[in-house]
Design a protein around this ligand. Structure first.
Ligand SMILES: Cc1cc2nc3c(=O)[nH]c(=O)nc-3n(C[C@H](O)[C@H](O)[C@H](O)COP(=O)(O)OP(=O)(O)OC[C@H]3O[C@@H](n4cnc5c(N)ncnc54)[C@H](O)[C@@H]3O)c2cc1C
Length: 132
């Protein structure tokens, strides 16, 4: 059975581990729109303070899980049981949406000196000071 998880956060990582603990007879694919393997957002502060790098925040995911990075899901076709990313089409038997949330900006416009704080990219921006 092919299980497709959309989203590469901590939910996806725990889901994959827990499903595999109950059954080996599944293929699990995680589709993440990020460029980094799933990581622990809770400790992003340590990237800003340069105490850790992104490798040290990586979450444990069984090696049999197929993780596809830079794959943003843009549509789901429930009749053909496929999802479309900007680059590819993936089939599933079971689909799990674990796309989390994004910060809602209080501004309508983007300002070069305002950042949100949610991702490794945001943390690097803040740490680098190039957003001032
Ligand atoms: C700085 C910071 C500190 C935090 N501290 C705490 C804390 O102390 N305690 C606590 O309980 N919680 C904390 N949180 C919140 C916690 O990190 C979140 O609740 C948790 O990350 C949610 O996990 P998730 O997997 O559901 O979603 P997310 O971590 O948001 O992961 C969702 C993933 O799906 C991807 N995605 C979204 N849309 C698509 C798409 N269309 N196609 C493909 N991929 C997609 C996203 O890019 C992301 O990789 C903190 C969050 C931050 C940012």
């Amino acid at each position: 059975m092919q299980i497709l998880i959309v989203g590469g956060g901590i939910s996806a990582s725990y889901l994959a581990s827990n499903i595999l603990a109950k059954s080996q007879d599944v293929q699990i694919t995680i589709l993440s729109d990020e460029q980094y393997l799933p990581y622990d957002r809770i400790h992003l502060c340590s990237i800003i303070s340069c105490e850790k790098n992104e490798n040290e925040l990586k979450l444990d995911i069984p090696s049999v899980v197929d993780i596809k990075l830079n794959e943003k899901v843009v549509s789901v076709n429930i009749e053909s049981k496929t999802v479309n990313t900007t680059n590819n089409i993936y089939s599933y038997d079971k689909l799990i949406i674990a796309t989390g949330s994004r910060p809602k900006s209080i501004f309508k416009d983007n300002f070069s000196n305002v950042v949100t704080f949610r991702s490794i990219g945001d943390s690097r921006k803040i740490a680098g000071g190039d957003w001032k």
